[in-house]
Write a protein that binds this ligand. Structure first.
Ligand SMILES: Nc1ncnc2c1ncn2[C@@H]1O[C@H](COP(=O)(O)OP(=O)(O)O)[C@@H](O)[C@H]1O
Ligand SMILES: Cc1ncc(COP(=O)(O)O)c(N)n1
Length: 264
């Protein structure tokens, strides 16, 4: 069986973070593992409080997994501080996993800052160069690239600028722009626009976590990068189309266990 490790924060409400990642791995027939970087007291409405995890425990979780189990892909989500970013970077340099999908989580849907503002430099300088793929949404891409993105053409220049920081490829997600949510991919050679159709719903909690985990799961299963993204885009579109009216705020995506054939 193929395996994937998520290095991310816990969302008590179950819609985003580690919980979304493990549900996504499971729905893809991939064995999910976790290294928890922070515990958030969160629901569909708000983030109430955050406890970052001790650096030694973060390091130990990653080492415990890699020292024992073959890891076919890694997904990275919430890393709250520069010190956590550096700890995760140091470990990834030791274990050198083949596929690293980095979702540079910065702000929750409700507007709570999940990344210290002084941590962006660390993200850019240490972790981005290790990523096979980085998947910012529009506000995150603006911060990483230092450019304003108001339209699809702006996404092309932001892709170029983020790629210069050293990741293998970048996928800027278009969900935060008006119109259909098209995601733009660039790997230094080619651009590829993954087209979407906007689904009218407020239930989009955890969609970025889900997309990046689905890409990691598909890479673990042997898809090449473009196929992994294409299949993940189909997965997130279905998960949003059938998203759940759970809670009073932004409800979660729906993870279909029947989506893929059983994998043994
Ligand atoms: N209303 C929507 N209908 C269909 N797809 C969407 C919708 N909102 C977001 N998406 C897609 O979901 C994924 C996550 O997008 P986005 O909301 O931009 O990121 P994040 O969750 O990180 O803020 C992307 O593939 C995006 O195109
Ligand atoms: C622990 C944690 N990690 C990530 C997100 C971002 O969620 P989204 O995918 O909705 O941008 C979140 N709200 N909480």
């Amino acid at each position: 069986m193929k395996t994937a490790l998520t290095i991310a924060g816990s969302d008590s409400g179950g819609g985003a973070g580690i919980q979304a990642d493990l549900k996504t791995f499971s729905a893809h027939g991939v064995f999910g593992m976790s290294a928890i970087t922070a515990i958030t007291a969160q629901n569909t409405v708000e983030v109430r409080s955050v406890q970052n995890i001790d650096l030694n425990i973060i390091s130990d979780q990653i080492a415990a997994v890699f020292d024992d189990i073959e890891v076919h892909a890694v997904k990275i989500g919430m890393l709250g501080t520069p010190e956590i970013i550096n700890t995760v970077t140091d470990n990834l340099k030791i274990y050198e996993p083949e596929h690293i999908v980095l979702d540079p989580v910065m702000v929750s849907k409700g507007g709570h800052h999940l990344l210290d503002s002084n941590a962006v430099a660390n993200l850019n300088e240490t972790l981005l160069p290790l990523a096979s793929l980085v998947t910012p949404n529009i506000p995150e891409a603006e911060i990483l690239s230092g450019r304003t993105i108001n339209s699809e053409p702006d996404m092309y220049e932001a892709c170029r600028s983020i790629l210069q920081k050293g990741p293998g490829a970048v996928l800027i997600k278009g969900g935060h722009l008006d119109g259909d949510p098209n995601d733009l991919y660039y790997d230094g050679k080619e651009f590829h626009l993954f087209k979407g159709k906007r689904i009218e719903t407020k239930n989009v909690h955890g969609t970025g976590c889900t997309l990046s985990s689905a890409i990691a799961a598909n890479l673990a299963k042997g898809d090449n990068m473009l196929t992994a993204i294409e299949n993940a885009k189909d997965y997130i579109t279905a998960a949003i189309a059938e998203s759940l009216d759970i809670g009073h705020g932004h409800g979660p995506a729906h993870h279909f266990h029947q989506f893929y054939e059983r994998v043994t």
